[in-house]
Design a binder for this molecule. Sequence first.
Ligand SMILES: Nc1ncnc2c1ncn2[C@@H]1O[C@H](COP(=O)(O)OP(=O)(O)OP(=O)(O)O)[C@@H](O)[C@H]1O
Ligand SMILES: [Mg+2]
Length: 773
Amino acid sequence: MHVARFRARGIEHIRFISSNCSKRPPTTSAFSSSPRPAAIPDESAMFKKAVKDHPGGSSKPLQSNLLRTNTIVPSKPALPQSIGVKRKIETHGGESALGSLHSSVYFDENDFDDDLDLDIDEPQPLIAPKPTAPADSSTSVSYPSIDTSQSSKPAPAQFAAGNHHPSDVKYPDLPPASQEDHGPSSSIQLPWSSSPPSHLQPPPKPRTLPWLKEIKEEPIQDKKSTAVTPRRQKPTEPWNKTASAIKEEQKELRREYKKSQKGDGSTKQQGRTKIASLFLSDEQRAVLEAVVDHGKSIFFTGSAGTGKSVLMREIIQKLRNKYRKEPDRVAVTASTGLAACNIEGVTLHSFAGIGLGKEAVPELVKKIKKNQKARNRWLRTKVLVVDEVSMVDGDLFDKLENISRLIRNNGRPFGGIQLVVTGDFFQLPPVPDGSSREAKFAFAAATWNTSIQHTILLTHVFRQKDPEFAEMLNEMRLGKISPGTIDAFRKLSRPLNFHDSLDATELFPTRAEVEGANSARMGRLSGEMMTFNAVDSGTIQDAQHREKLLSNCMAPPVMHLKKGAQVMLIKNMEETLVNGSIGRVVAFMSEEYFDYYRENEKDFEDDGNASDEERAMRARKKLKPMAYKEGGATAARKWPLVCFVQPDGTERHLLCQPETWKIELPNGEVQAQRQQVPLILAWALSIHKAQGQTLQRVKVDLGRVFEKGQAYVALSRATSQAGLQVTRFEPRKVMVHPKVVDFYSNLVSITQVIKTKNSAPTRDFDEDDLGDS
Ligand SMILES: Nc1ncnc2c1ncn2[C@@H]1O[C@H](COP(=O)(O)OP(=O)(O)OP(=O)(O)O)[C@@H](O)[C@H]1O
Ligand SMILES: [Mg+2]
């Protein structure tokens, strides 16, 4: 049953994705309100009413305060409320506690990249230049030297691109796969032993893909040339533009956008089936409607796992569709480079064209006015999306608000730009700017209340299905841990044992700890090391600048893998193979090889009588002629075949070919782009990189944690208690910033409002109950 078993485990290829929409029952909705007595209204109707009644872009301070109605929220005494109280602007002197901690952690100046150098030197038209060709040897980034001691091949040669046609995709050359393409060596456990009994029986002996045995390695030729060399747009002088030239540019932008929608671009991933959107909950849909249909400026927040990122992706998609004729109207940004890369946007600094943004507003305005592209962005933007706002500094928020009014010559909040902001202030805090000043939260910005019309709290936790666990995390989030929860967390110090080959991913606060842990585990594997080099390109020609931008990308410039390596998928492929899925490399094989098997699966099916040996012989015979076909499997390069364990315990195999990460400006200009296999090592991961991820198996040593929000971010990645090991749990390690507690305590949940109203004897609900404070 070799082949049949293999199929039963669900071998998948990116190009054969089926996508079922998983429907979720509607969940509760929460939204803005003021706590006055009233009858119980239908929540979504209330929300809609609030939205309808609220004028867009008002300059009057508007903040709707609402709060969690989470069914799993404990019945805690309500914290003091001060709805509508305008917060005072805080300035602090003295040494910053956060500052001193951050310096040794994971943030660096790369999180504040900007396009200024480029822009000032060469003013560009609004129109998006087409991406340039991948870097050649002269411009390619020089990557850190790597340990190739176990590799039988010299360093990859793809950057010496002289003998390639310029339109070729220059995927990395690889060292030859091992001649011995058997399964992992005896030191490596085979990954498919974790299949549930109902699924299949464990193999009688270590199994490998039988047909790999006979195939001999041949020199790698770059047969795959699926990419076109993107042309760089001839720059036109911005001051020479006529009205018709501007119209022409707009047309060109639309053409570019359509092209990208059709997926006729240059990357492999575009052949992939689109992933179906999740079925949004009521509260998620309410936010979507408020943003897309009603054009409201919204901050939506909620605890870890409440679907903020899922919702944000949906909002971006819908906004892009709404402004499909003018794609540069929607600016997608995030606080850090990593978060920006995850949503294919740019950092807020980069969007704004303010460099590090340390100067005073008048100087920053001058700087932007000199930078035609940045100025255009400010003028053209109608909607500004900001992800992971918990790490945006409050002073920066104020500066940007001020800048947008001045540049756009529009006195409305944020110069009339609609804001769509998300994040959870209980998670990682703003990055201090190196001065002695303590970082200030965005909600403490003087202009926060006027810029944000509605604050909406998502309350349904999707990540943790177990309400008890979700409640433990919720207590931790708020920094109020009951003795029962402390006990429960301490019980989680036991080692995890899953009886399969996947280990829990250990989360560390610093990069050095992560690299140490991963390389120690790699060192224990005996197989041959395969090296995958990224191919970087983009409109930024300066290799150093481009490297700096791409250093925030999840995908590393060089990836070393061996059979048996534990990896994490860093792209959403389909519903069950998503960013965060953990698996193990089981083989390296070419696409043709993989396809051939898939297409001829029937030929390899077992008749029920043959022995393992006979079946292997038969498979080898069938595959042999293929190896000699012109352009046959052996001539193509090999990619990691990864066996992923899905949330339900079943396994899926995926041939992981290069994917693309882009740093893209709102006008569609791809400043920098990286093509790399969508995998990172996953025995260990930094808390910074784990932020936003959903992980089935997690190990955290709280003794190492030292930053506010870190412990909560780390533990809330886990989907269940069974998949979480916590060592050195100390309540004092769960640090919560008092200002964050204060901010959230001033938000009132609709449930609380309703409860108050029910207990009040008279007055009916009226529209003021939905008003913004
Ligand atoms: N409407 C939905 N239906 C089903 N699953 C959902 C839905 N929304 C989110 N999820 C799932 O819940 C998990 C958490 O979602 P997501 O990562 O968007 O949460 P988040 O609020 O951004 O969390 P974090 O604050 O940790 O970044 C994911 O596995 C996601 O697929
Ligand atoms: Mg998220």
